[in-house]
Design a protein. Structure first.
Length: 434
């Protein structure tokens, strides 16, 4: 080990007990308007962000523009012959807060079609990467490569008034969002279908065209619509949403900002969680062997998992204190469309048993399932069995809410984000005075 690395290791070992002591003995001491625990603990629960597109209530779950998920699905215009709404109509709704008419939703459909052609160089960038490159790396790079297309950058250089920053930002966001289904499906077919690319169908909507380019029959078009809307927004404090806001606050254009947000989404504590849940569930099923997934069998298996020191992935949430409504929506889809699918039957039985087990175990603040506990099951049923692609699906959806927020950030002239940092020594001094 080098001298520098040894010195750094020593410093780290000396410093860690200081942070531990602050959290253990002085967590509730105020530092300005926040506590030491919040300052060290990732700003958890600090109310210092503003977003109007969605709000996450601990007991009620997510509301998009004031509407619950069932209310959103009920209110928005549905694609003819489908059970779920136009994603384009949802874009209208999350931007304005107004439920669009059928005509208004179709107008966005046509607008997106006109913007949807992906430049050839984007595909060249994707193809230039090694074949074992992660799909999220490809997705992020493809988004970033289009930065040269930014209307905002050109308008800013020409001296655009600050009050008008939102207009070219809106144009950029529409241009980018309209292209994401094609980019996502291209990555999937290139990596997992021997490069057998399916061209877009100009007659189809956002969700329908994505399903077509993925090469999956109906009702996967409805799966796509549901999935993209459910994953679109979740306040602005989660990593992907906050990153887009943070990078955008420097007046970086939406290509820079969304690419950065996608990089955050790729982390195992954020967007990769759905992959981890599905892997765990399939391992869980393998351990069951030939046993029928009865309540008693599942309960015993869950206790075995917990007693071995492992967690039940997909259960618990940083904010929610009830079953995630996004989980409920996907469960209802499965009950209607794939009730006898073995993987779903196990997931459904875990849902019935796990909360009581976790409450009895006593270590979980929230024993209820979140969205990640279910989202991989539907994809697997429809043949999307490549774990590493799941976060790209998440990313296409999350782009909707984060880009809508970016437009509003520019419209309201929000400043660059710049919180103040303190040293550990400063926190220790404040704690000693208390």
């Amino acid at each position: 080990m080098s001298t520098l690395k040894k010195a750094l290791q020593r410093k780290i070992e000396e410093h860690r007990p200081r942070t531990t002591r602050l959290l253990k003995e002085h967590a509730d001491v105020k530092v300005g308007e926040v506590t030491i625990a919040q300052a060290i603990g990732g700003a958890r629960g600090v109310r210092c962000l503003v977003t109007d597109t969605s709000y996450l209530d601990p007991m009620e779950g997510i509301r998009f523009r004031g509407k619950t998920i069932p209310e959103v699905f009920e209110a928005l215009p549905k694609v003819p012959g489908a059970e779920y709404p136009y994603v384009e109509g949802f874009w209208h709704f999350i931007l304005t807060g107004d439920v669009p008419t059928v005509e208004q939703a179709k107008e966005v459909v046509e607008d997106f079609k006109a913007r949807s052609q992906v430049p050839k160089y984007v595909f060249d960038v994707i193809r230039a990467m090694p074949s074992d490159t992660h799909p999220m790396t490809m997705f992020s790079a493809a988004i970033l490569s289009m930065q040269r297309e930014s209307h905002f950058v050109k308008a800013y250089r020409e001296g655009l008034s600050k009050m008008d920053f939102w207009e070219p930002t809106y144009e950029d966001c529409c241009h980018l969002l309209a292209k994401l289904p094609t980019i996502g499906a291209y990555i999937y077919r290139l990596k997992f279908k021997n490069g057998d690319i399916i061209a877009p169908d100009p007659e189809l909507d956002f969700g329908g065209n994505f399903a077509h380019m993925m090469g999956i029959e109906r009702p996967y078009d409805d799966v796509a619509r549901m999935y993209f809307i459910l994953h679109s927004d979740h306040e602005s404090g989660n990593v992907s949403a906050h990153t887009v806001h943070l990078v955008g606050s420097a007046l970086s254009d939406c290509y820079y900002a969304l690419s950065a947000g996608i990089n955050g989404l790729a982390g195992p504590l954020h967007g990769l969680a759905n992959e981890n849940v599905l892997r765990w569930t399939q391992d869980f099923i393998a351990k069951l062997g030939d046993k029928d997934p009865t309540e008693d069998v599942i309960r015993e298996a869950l206790w075995t998992t917990l007693n071995s020191g492992q967690v039940i992935p997909g259960y618990g949430h940083a904010v929610l204190r009830k079953t995630d409504p996004r989980y409920t929506s996907q469960r209802e889809f499965c009950l209607k469309n794939l009730p006898d699918y073995p993987l779903f039957k196990v997931i459904n039985m875990i849902y019935k048993v796990a909360p009581d087990v976790l409450m009895e175990h006593g270590k979980a603040k929230n024993p209820w399932p979140n969205v990640d506990a279910h989202s991989g099951v539907i994809q697997w049923f429809y043949g999307v069995t490549e774990y590493s692609f799941y976060t790209v699906l998440f990313g296409i959806g999350r782009a909707i809410g984060t880009l809508a927020n970016l437009v509003w950030d520019r419209a309201l002239g929000y400043p660059i984000e710049r919180p103040k940092s303190l040293t550990t020594a400063m926190l220790e001094e404040i704690a000693s005075k208390k």
